[in-house]
Design a protein around this ligand. Structure first.
Ligand code: ATP
Ligand code: MG
Length: 194
């Protein structure tokens, strides 16, 4: 059994995060919470890398559609006018395409973040997926306000600054996908590891 302090999660600063100049701010918030960056790199992703990063199964893709449908219903917007259908299973794939375009639109910064409950703590620091719902004090809640109501009218994905793994299993998978077997850099943080 690994030490609980060795839990790792995968984080990517998305194109809007890089273009807003938030690379330093995002890393600062993780480090401030006693989490440790153990791998870090800026890169321009290929189409296939992004395509293989996001799940392709119907359940996940339909869930993407679900977020759009609930926003549209809440605000009384017309799904038929924007998508030609109300079927989540058909709206989901369209959004996944926009997501790939968005993720390729600028360089990304990828990192492995390590520490106690790092998966959950990083998600908490990130805030809810849809920035207009994200609490103040979170990365998304402090630096963005986007929602499907605007993004989908502009035929694009919701811009929300960072990606972070949802579960430890997803983290393992994403770390392998993006870093392969490259070594991470371990070191002792003052006040955390000793
Ligand atoms: P991430 O996986 O990027 O950390 P997340 O887990 O909070 O975000 P997911 O449900 O996995 O959110 O969605 C992946 C990404 O797809 C979101 O981060 C956002 O950029 C985009 N997205 C999600 N829902 C919608 C939507 N309804 N319309 C447009 N884009 C969306
Ligand atoms: Mg996700």
């Amino acid at each position: 059994m690994k030490n609980p302090k060795e839990e790792q999660t995968y984080v990517m600063i998305k194109p809007d995060g890089v273009r807003k100049g938030l690379v330093g701010e995002v890393i600062r918030r993780f480090e401030q919470r006693d989490l440790k960056i153990v791998a870090l790199e800026m890169f321009q992703p290929t189409h296939d890398q992004i395509d293989n990063h996001y799940p392709k199964n119907e359940e996940w893709v339909t869930r993407l559609g679900e977020k759009t449908v609930s926003t549209y219903e809440k605000y009384g917007y017309d799904l038929i006018a924007d998508f030609g259908t109300t079927d989540r299973a058909k709206i989901g794939p369209e959004i996944r395409k926009w997501l790939l375009d968005y993720m390729k639109s600028a360089p990304l910064v990828k990192m492995i973040v390590q520490g106690l409950h790092s998966v959950d703590v990083v998600r908490k620091l990130a805030g809810e997926t849809l920035p207009y719902k994200a609490a103040v004090g979170t990365i998304r809640g402090d630096f963005s306000i986007d929602s499907p109501a605007l993004a989908n009218k502009e035929k694009r994905a919701v811009m929300n600054i960072i990606h972070c793994s949802e579960t430890p299993e997803e983290a393992n998978h994403e770390i392998k996908h993006w870093f392969g077997d490259n070594t991470t850099y371990d070191y002792k943080r003052f006040g955390v590891d000793e």
